[in-house]
Design a protein around this ligand. Structure first.
Ligand SMILES: [Mg+2]
Length: 107
């Protein structure tokens, strides 16, 4: 599935099953909430906290939740994530061409 196909799939789901998009600000809050859920799993899996009884390691699920809401926000604000991601890679490649290679902390 391409990024564009993901945006289209989310749009179809919202318009058929979800009825309509939540407002942009509501989805921004939901995105923040989902990032918090990912942080919770990360803290337990890679950090010093431990899973409580019944809690599961659902790292991938939480990442997908974030991507879902990001697709919602992109769709409702007219953002083409494929093009923006392409531009982001280009920007980082130019900006950081030697930055990380010259970072002594990374050696
Ligand atoms: Mg979640």
């Amino acid at each position: 599935m391409t990024i564009q196909e993901a945006q289209n799939a989310v749009d179809q789901w919202i318009k058929t099953i979800g009825v309509r998009y939540f407002s942009e600000l509501t989805n921004m809050a939901v995105l923040t909430e989902e990032v918090g859920e990912l942080a919770r799993v990360m803290a337990r899996k890679y950090g010093d906290q431990s899973f409580k009884a019944g809690e599961k390691d659902n790292l991938g699920e939480e990442m997908a939740d974030i991507f879902w809401v990001l697709c919602c926000l992109a769709n409702q604000t007219g953002v083409d994530l494929t093009e923006e991601f392409r531009k982001s890679i280009e920007k980082k490649t130019k900006r950081d061409a030697t930055r990380h290679k010259e970072n002594e902390k990374l050696k």
